[in-house]
Design a protein around this ligand. Structure first.
Ligand code: ADP
Length: 261
C-alpha cells in the first residue's frame, strides 16, 4: 500500500527512519500518479486517430454509389491518420529505449559543426516548402564526446519545430559557439512564439500549447521531451526564451568533456 504513513512522535533513530520512510512513500505516490497520467495520456493520444479512422471507414462503408474520387479522399485521410499513429508509436518506443539505455550511450568524439551541417541539409527541403530560410553560423570548430545519433535526433526535433511553428517566409537560425564549459547550440526562429505560462510545460510528454493547431502540423507532443531526455542523459541542458508573435530561441548546452581536450 503506497499510502502507508508512519506516525512520528519521538526524536530517536526509529523516528528518523520513519521520516525517511514517509518521504520515500510520498515519492512513490508521485511516481505512481505520473505513471497513471502517462498511461491515460497515451491511451487518449492513440484513441484520437483511431476514432477518426473508424469514422472515416464507417461512413465510406455506408455510402452507396460513392465515386472513386470520394474513396480516394477518404482513404487519403485514413492514410494520414495511420501515419500519425505510427509517429506516436515511434516516439513512444524512442522514449522507452531512452529509459532503458540510461547508461548505455554510444559516445564518440564528434565535430558538432559536421552534425549541424548534416541536420540542416536534411531539413532544408521541409523549410523550402514553406519558403523559410535556414542559416547556419559557427564561431569555431568544436568537437565533443557524444552519442551522435541521439544528439542528432534531439537537434532535429528542435529545428523541425522551429520550421513548423514559423509562418511561411520566416527565418530560422542555427548557431554554434562555446561558453568555455559547454558547446552551445542556439536555434532561433521568428515564428509564433510560446506564451510565458506554457514555457515551463513544453518539455512534458504530450504537452502542446495549442492542441488543435499542432495536430495539423503532424506533431506528437513528444518531440521536446525526447530532446530533453537525450540532452539530460549527456549531462547537458536545454533552455528556452520566447515571445509570442516574435519568435523562440532554444539553447542546447552540452558539457565539453575535459578529459578529451
Ligand atoms: P509537437 O509534436 O506538438 O511539436 P513538441 O514536444 O515538439 O510537440 O513541442 C511541444 C509544444 O511546444 C508544441 O506543440 C508547440 O506548441 C510548442 N513549440 C515547440 N517548439 C516551438 C517553437 N519553435 N515555436 C513555437 N512553439 C513551439
Amino acid at each position: 500500500n503506497l499510502n502507508q504513513r508512519v506516525d512520528i512522535d519521538t526524536n530517536d533513530e526509529f523516528s528518523q527512519l520513519a521520516s525517511a520512510f514517509n518521504i520515500m512513500s510520498t515519492k512513490l505516490d508521485q511516481v505512481d500518479i505520473q505513471r497513471k497520467d502517462f498511461v491515460a495520456n497515451v491511451s487518449h493520444e492513440l484513441r484520437t486517430p483511431l476514432s477518426s479512422i473508424k469514422l472515416l471507414s464507417e461512413s465510406l462503408l455506408h455510402q452507396d454509389n460513392a465515386g472513386v474520387e470520394i474513396y480516394r479522399e477518404f482513404l487519403t485521410d485514413i492514410d494520414s491518420e495511420i501515419d500519425r499513429l505510427n509517429n506516436i508509436i515511434d516516439d513512444l518506443l524512442t522514449l522507452v529505449d531512452l529509459d532503458k539505455e540510461r547508461l548505455n550511450l554510444n559516445y564518440k568524439v564528434t565535430y558538432v559543426n559536421y552534425l549541424l551541417e548534416k541536420i540542416i541539409t536534411r531539413l532544408k527541403p521541409i523549410a523550402d516548402k514553406k519558403n523559410i530560410s535556414i542559416s547556419y553560423k559557427a564561431e569555431e570548430k568544436l568537437q565533443i564526446n557524444l552519442d551522435k545519433d541521439k544528439i542528432q535526433q534531439s537537434i532535429i526535433n528542435i529545428v523541425h519545430n522551429a520550421i513548423k511553428y514559423t509562418p511561411n517566409g520566416g527565418n530560422v537560425e542555427v548557431k554554434l559557439h562555446s561558453d568555455g564549459k559547454n558547446v552551445v547550440i542556439e536555434i532561433s526562429d521568428d515564428g509564433i512564439g510560446i506564451p510565458n505560462k506554457d514555457l515551463e510545460h513544453i518539455f512534458e510528454r504530450f504537452y502542446r500549447v495549442d492542441k488543435a493547431r499542432t495536430r495539423n502540423t503532424g506533431g506528437t507532443g513528444l518531440g521536446l521531451s525526447i530532446a530533453y531526455q537525450i540532452v539530460t542523459l549527456h549531462q547537458g541542458k536545454i533552455e528556452v526564451e520566447s515571445e509570442v508573435d516574435k519568435g523562440t530561441t532554444f539553447y542546447i548546452k552540452l558539457p565539453i568533456d575535459t578529459n578529451m581536450v
